[in-house]
Design a protein around this ligand. Structure first.
Ligand SMILES: [Zn+2]
Length: 203
């Protein structure tokens, strides 16, 4: 698999991840909103006021998820406040959902607790996927070539040899390298110096 097709497949996986996480988020928000509304009404708040507390939790989760997404896209380090906000919002939602479910049964409480937990896991998986789309550390990328522009013929012969050996993975012989630069093969070890260590005079 080439690097391009690998990158394209990662991007496709991220798109699928964004879609699924959004759907889970929308479903969990709808579910949790109704549960929280039920709890708030049971606690005695009625009318339009009852809609405000459920919006706090869902709003906090939505805001912090968007911030985590943005930081992840920008390849920034994971921000502290949005990370904490998502956890707190999910915890509040789980408690409200469990409280609403308990009005029916323990089983219902457990099922209701599942929605925000599933969303949290989906969000974490997605943020992890974004890390794959960043330029990776040294292992994923060719190391930068340290062989600069030579300032003399002798240096050019040496740098070319070192570049072929260290950056291109070639093993040029004295004869090949001598021919390339138009120097006698017996002069090559002297010109490339320590670079030929261990290769012997005949290469
Ligand atoms: Zn190089």
């Amino acid at each position: 698999m080439t690097a391009q097709t690998a990158a394209a497949e990662i991007r496709r996986a991220v798109r699928v991840g964004v879609t699924i996480t959004s759907l889970i988020g929308a479903a969990a928000a709808f579910y949790s909103f109704n549960d929280a509304l039920f709890v708030v009404r049971r606690a005695g708040t009625t009318g339009g006021l009852a809609y405000i507390p459920p919006l706090f939790a869902d709003g906090l989760i939505a805001l912090c998820s968007a911030a985590l997404y943005a930081h992840s896209r920008a390849s920034r380090r994971r921000p502290a406040w949005p990370s904490a906000g998502v956890i707190i919002g999910i915890a509040v939602t789980v408690v409200m959902n469990v409280a609403a479910g308990l009005a029916h049964s323990w089983a219902d409480a457990l099922i209701d607790a599942l929605a925000p937990v599933v969303f949290l896991i989906a969000l974490e998986v997605l943020v992890g996927q974004f890390r794959l789309t960043r330029p990776g550390p040294a292992a994923d990328r060719p190391r930068q070539c340290p062989h600069g522009v030579p300032s003399s013929f002798e240096e050019a012969v040496r740098l070319d040899y070192e570049h072929r050996r260290d950056c291109l993975g070639e093993r040029p012989s004295n004869v090949q390298h001598g021919q390339r630069w138009g120097v006698d093969r017996r002069r090559v070890p002297e010109l490339v110096g320590a670079a030929l260590n261990g290769d012997g005079p005949h290469g």
